[in-house]
Design a protein around this ligand. Structure first.
Ligand SMILES: [Cu+2]
Length: 143
């Protein structure tokens, strides 16, 4: 009787699990981080890479966290040579596309953290999409 190699079986299982996870979530987040701020600062910014794994556009409409008083979606823009921030009420991710939240562009504006967050800490933020999809994301605090 022939036996399949155990490593092969594990690999197939792992791939099946990965496929199931992305199928279930539809949108995935990678490299999510919050910039550490000096003591006393009550505004923080969150960054990440979003990936739409579905064949439909996905529209990010809100974000929330029990770790902050408010979470809003912002975009940094430069107007007349001055950098400012505007509220982004929604952001569309085309099918199979990536969207970067990065310094100088889209970011999550995190107001009044409920506890002091230091580099190495983690904080959960929930992303909400118009389709009803909810994506919990664990952000790492970094310097
Ligand atoms: Cu902002």
């Amino acid at each position: 009787m022939r036996r399949r190699h155990p490593v092969f079986v594990c690999l197939v299982l792992a791939l099946a699990l990965v496929a199931a996870a992305s199928e279930a979530t539809g949108v995935s987040a990678h490299d999510a981080w919050v910039r550490e701020t000096p003591p006393g600062m009550t505004i923080m910014a969150g960054y990440m890479e979003l990936r739409n794994n579905t064949s439909q556009p996905q529209v990010l409409v809100a974000a929330s966290s029990s770790g902050f008083e408010t979470v809003t979606i912002h975009r940094t823009i430069v107007k007349d040579g001055m950098a400012g921030m505007v509220h982004a009420s929604q952001i569309e991710l085309p099918p199979s596309a990536n969207l970067s939240f990065a310094p100088g562009g889209y970011h999550l504006m995190l107001m009044n953290p409920k506890r002091t967050l230091r580099a190495g800490d983690r904080v959960d933020i929930n992303l909400e999409f118009r389709s009803g999809l909810r994506l919990p994301v664990s952000f790492e605090v970094r310097q």
